[in-house]
Design a protein around this ligand. Structure first.
Ligand code: FES
Length: 132
């Protein structure tokens, strides 16, 4: 039998992801703004953050059906999976969308290198503002 799981290559070069939390109290419960996380190819920016207690909001559970996991990629956009049309439509619903806006749950690390992710301050409250 051949299991077809997501296998992360043990030899994959590491990436370094820096999360910059605009409102660290809201997402981590601490005052620490910057968090450096080692990552590998195949990791997803939402799951990676959650694994390190950076609680980026994710109302839909990471299936591209909300926009609460909105983040800004300040560095390393080319190391991530490209935005799909579905993601592009969805991210438009987030407040203050910029050119480097992404939905964290839709960003998979494809190449090694340095990635800087800014977690916007209104991330948590955005959830209440999503119209039905
Ligand atoms: Fe809903 Fe990312 S968690 S779109």
């Amino acid at each position: 039998m051949h299991a077809h799981g997501v296998k992360i290559n043990a030899d994959a070069a590491t990436s370094v992801v820096k999360y910059v939390c605009e409102d660290p109290q809201a997402v981590t419960g601490t005052d620490q703004r910057d968090h450096i996380v080692n990552a590998k190819e195949g990791h997803n920016l939402l799951e990676l953050a959650m694994g390190r207690d950076i609680n980026i909001e994710h109302a839909c559970g990471g299936v591209c059906a909300c926009s609460t996991c909105h983040v800004y990629i300040e560095e390393g956009m080319d190391l991530l999976s490209e935005s799909t049309e579905a993601e592009e439509d969805r991210v438009e619903e987030a407040p203050d969308v910029r050119r480097n806006s992404r939905l964290a749950c839709q960003c998979e690390i494809l190449k090694p290198g340095k990635i800087v992710v800014r977690v916007p301050a209104w991330n948590r409250n955005a959830v209440k503002e999503v119209p039905h």
